[in-house]
Design a protein around this ligand. Structure first.
Ligand SMILES: [Zn+2]
Length: 49
């Protein structure tokens, strides 16, 4: 189970399915936050919420 944490607002959200199709860099990924709409490098968490 992989999910991401927005460093701007602290929202945790899941990115399943197409997640593996996009590049990632050392545990951080540029994603758009579903809560605040910021496109930034999200903190990736694996195996825990
Ligand atoms: Zn956010």
């Amino acid at each position: 189970m992989t999910h991401y944490e927005c460093p701007k607002c602290g929202t945790h959200f899941d990115k399943n399915g197409w997640d593996l199709l996009k590049p990632h860099f050392f545990g951080k990924r540029e994603e758009k936050c579903p809560n605040c709409g910021q496109s930034t490098f999200m903190i990736r968490h694996i195996g825990k919420i």
